[in-house]
Design a protein around this ligand. Structure first.
Ligand code: CAP
Ligand code: MG
Length: 430
């Protein structure tokens, strides 16, 4: 009598149905396990299976089994019948395709690279409320990347000091001031105080510049607190809320997506924690799939790396991520990502941040183009003449890129950029 039935979950002749959800995994079997045995275990444990044959096995359940249908080197594609998935529930999806399977002894390593979400599955989600066009309209900026900065030191300012740094940032030409991921509401900088000070100085900056100014204020907390903070933001005329989406969890992002939409707030998604599961190239889950999940649930923008700044991530990854967020249709790149048609789900902005300064701006814009939220923080506050000059230098670097001239050329007539280049040059942070 057979002990297990894992082989039932492998069929290399299987043709996926139009509505199947397809996952792409990288996997390494443990010693003594064949690739087929390993693939069968991934498909089984992520759908209907268990470790042993069962006394009761109603034949109709065969239809719910996932099928590992393409094995190529250490990559496997698995098709999941649509009926396995609850409509509009990204939590349940993750429990299946990114759940127990990561801990199976038969696998030395396993990495979820991507999943094609069929249109029938997309129907359960609303996606971003605004889309890139909506955000541009809201900010009245159409022809350049949107810009923002986090006050640095990243935590420690009082609410009033924080807003004053924000004011300098706006006055230097930036669109956004962003809270840092670890700043929410502390004894020395309470959320409500920060909102009030920021509102006052936002209004002043708007009046003085005639431009729309905004901020990503970090509401991350338990859901009930996040709702209260979102209410406060709406009350004071803000158009964004920021959430640390990975640590907050899919369930709360799903709830807050609708709550924020009703209040007219876009969501800035910070990805703190992502590197715990996406940094090891052999195990975990890609940033690519995280970003897909976030566009599906409906954030308006999410961090996608710089390739040249202080944090890990390559140019190729940033380009793939930008396409994923900004395009309607994405074509398969073997062993990296799968086909995806987003249908009517709106676009989301990529956000490039971490270790940037004016000297690196052209590199980042060469990667992303103009449809980007560009965050330069240390790289403006560390400018020899201070925050406002640093923001100006960054705007001048953007202009240079748009004009097609080198930064050195531009710097001849742009004092702030010249001073920035004197300090940092084209330095890539380590
Ligand atoms: C950037 C940043 C962001 C990182 C996050 C920071 O500051 O505020 O949190 O960019 O990384 O604290 O490091 P600097 P990622 O511009 O001063 O480096 O965007 O890769 O998720
Ligand atoms: Mg930060």
């Amino acid at each position: 009598m057979a002990i297990d039935w894992y082989t039932e979950f492998v069929d290399t002749n299987y043709e996926p149905a139009k509505d199947d959800l397809i996952c792409l995994y990288y996997f390494e079997p443990a010693a003594g396990i064949t690739k087929e045995e390993a693939a069968g275990r991934i498909a089984s444990e992520s759908s209907t299976g268990t470790w042993t044959t069962l006394f009761t096995m109603p034949p109709r359940m065969k239809k719910l089994e996932a099928t590992a249908f393409e094995l190529d080197k250490n990559f496997v594609k698995i098709a999941y019948p649509l009926a396995l998935w609850e409509e509009g529930n990204a939590v349940q999806l993750m429990s299946g395709i990114a759940g127990n399977i990561f801990g199976m002894k038969a696998l030395k390593n396993l990495r979820l690279l991507d999943a094609t979400l069929p249109s029938a599955y997309l129907r359960g989600f609303k996606g971003p409320h605004f889309g890139m066009d909506g955000i541009r309209k809201m900010m009245k900026v159409y022809d350049r990347p949107l810009t923002g900065a986090v006050p640095k030191p990243k935590i420690g300012f009082s609410a009033k000091e924080h807003a004053e740094v924000g004011y300098e940032t706006w006055m230097g030409g930036f669109d956004f001031v962003k809270d840092d991921e670890n700043l929410t509401s502390t004894s020395f900088n309470q959320f409500d105080d920060r909102v009030k000070y920021m509102t006052k100085l936002r209004d002043k900056a708007e009046q003085e510049t005639g431009e729309k100014k905004s901020a990503f204020l970090n509401i991350s907390a338990d859901v009930e607190t996040m709702k209260k903070r979102a209410d406060l933001l709406a009350k004071y005329g803000w158009n964004y809320a920021m959430i640390d989406v990975v640590v907050a969890g899919n369930a709360s992002v799903m709830t807050m997506r609708d709550y924020c939409s009703d209040l007219g707030l876009a969501i800035h998604a910070h990805r703190a924690f992502h590197a715990t599961f996406d940094r090891n190239k052999k195990h975990g889950m890609t940033m690519y799939f995280l970003a897909k999940l976030m566009r599906l649930i409906g954030v308006s923008q999410i961090h996608t790396g710089t390739a040249v700044g202080k944090l890990t991530g390559t140019k190729t990854e940033s380009i793939l991520l930008a396409d994923l967020l900004r395009k309607r249709k994405i074509a398969e790149v073997p062993h990296q990502c799968l086909d995806q048609d987003w249908g009517s789900i709106k676009t989301a902005f990529p956000v490039s941040s971490g270790g940037l300064h004016p000297g690196l701006v052209p590199d980042v814009l060469d990667i992303y183009g103009k449809d980007l939220i560009l965050l330069v923080s240390g790289g403006i506050h560390g400018h020899p003449k201070g925050t406002r000059a640093g923001a100006r230098a960054t705007m001048q670097a953007i202009e240079a890129w748009q004009e097609g001239v080198t930064l050195d050329e531009k710097a001849k007539k742009a004092a702030e950029l010249r001073e920035a280049l004197e300090k940092w040059g084209y330095y890539k942070p380590k």
